[in-house]
Design a protein around this ligand. Structure first.
Ligand code: BMA
Length: 332
């Protein structure tokens, strides 16, 4: 791993080389289009992996690093670190991340490992924070950090169980660390709204605010949950999220986008009516859980946007779009 740390001094969002990118296919008018190289990580990429999906990528050094959801062949759900020079071809650690407790009280919550899944990675101030769905008497939001994607430290869980899809903002908002999450149950959760919480220290969280809920008779009628780290734009925080509907064959997970107020991010300024990407490709329709598009990370370089998402709870995929088109889509 390069000792250089992040590629930019301040925001960690610009790699030295351009982000993974492909132009919109000829004849397509899609706002977001799939990489021709999808799926970019196969389910059996590691010797013991059953599936690799719902994973988070950031610029790092001369290339990229990430935290990957790997379900192994015992069907234990865990997090693995990975590195890449181009953001498309990945070298993943065969062994899961071992989080060192940031203090002795954190060791209490590590006594029994249950599961770790659906990571997000956020460059915040001086390090990369990882949030994930952590098993502690049910699913809750785990928080950790790393400087080098080799040594990882764990903080206390952010919230009480049951909760999923904890995503940090990439800077303080009005002086506070800020988190989106989705309170849930300990099953497959047939409901779910996005909430905002703030913290002075990344351990104590409060002032919870409702951000947005479901919309009846649409692709997001059952539950919604934050996806990648929110992207700061002149128009507000661009939130890419998953929305779920319940069909006669079960849940269908699609990807959408909304804009949140920069200073009071629990206020929704605009919300795309249509989905940005729904499970239409075979690798999104067929897998361990059919019909899932689940975004967990986004890279931005100028007007280029590349989104990493899980396909059918089985593989890692990539989609591209222009930031300005996505903003127009949300505001139209
Ligand atoms: C959610 C999470 C995700 C998964 C999705 C579809 O509850 O478990 O990891 O992608 O269900 O199965």
């Amino acid at each position: 791993m390069s000792p250089d740390g992040p590629t930019t001094a301040s925001d960690g969002t610009r790699p030295r080389v351009g982000i993974p990118w492909e132009e919109r296919p000829a004849g397509s008018s899609a706002v977001l289009w799939r990489s021709s190289r999808n799926p970019i990580i196969a389910r059996d990429h590691l010797p013991r992996s059953n599936s690799i999906f719902n994973s988070a990528v950031v610029p790092y050094g001369d290339g990229y690093a990430g935290v990957f959801r790997v379900d192994d062949r015992t069907r234990v759900m865990n997090l693995h670190a990975g590195r890449s020079t181009d953001g498309v071809t990945w070298d993943l650690d065969p062994d899961p991340i071992v989080f060192l407790p940031a203090d002795e009280r954190v060791a209490d919550i590590q006594e029994q490992f249950v599961h770790a899944y659906d990571p997000r990675v956020t460059w915040l101030e001086d390090r990369y924070y990882v949030t994930w769905c952590n098993g502690y008497h049910g699913p809750t939001i785990g928080v950790g950090f790393t400087h080098d994607f080799e040594t990882f430290h764990q903080l206390d869980n952010a919230v009480l169980p049951f909760n999923r899809n904890g995503v940090l903002f990439p800077r303080r908002v009005s002086g506070h660390y800020a988190l989106l999450s989705r309170p849930s149950d300990d099953g497959h959760t047939p409901f779910g709204d996005i909430f905002y919480s703030e913290s002075p220290d990344l351990t104590h969280w409060g002032r919870h605010r409702h951000v947005m809920g479901t919309l009846a008779w649409t692709w997001q009628s059952t539950k919604v949950g934050a996806g990648p780290t929110p992207i700061e734009t002149a128009h507000g925080w661009l939130l890419i999220y998953h929305g779920v509907l319940t069909s006669c064959n079960g849940f269908v997970y699609s990807m959408g986008a909304a804009l949140l107020d920069l200073d009071e991010p629990w206020r929704v300024l605009a919300r795309g009516r249509d989905y940005l990407l729904a499970p239409h490709a075979t690798y999104e329709q067929v897998g361990d859980v059919p019909n899932v598009v689940f975004p967990c990370a986004a890279l931005v370089d100028g007007n280029h946007l590349s989104v990493y998402y899980g396909g059918a709870d089985t593989v890692v995929c990539l989609a591209h779009g222009r930031l300005s088109d996505v903003l127009d889509f949300v505001r139209s």
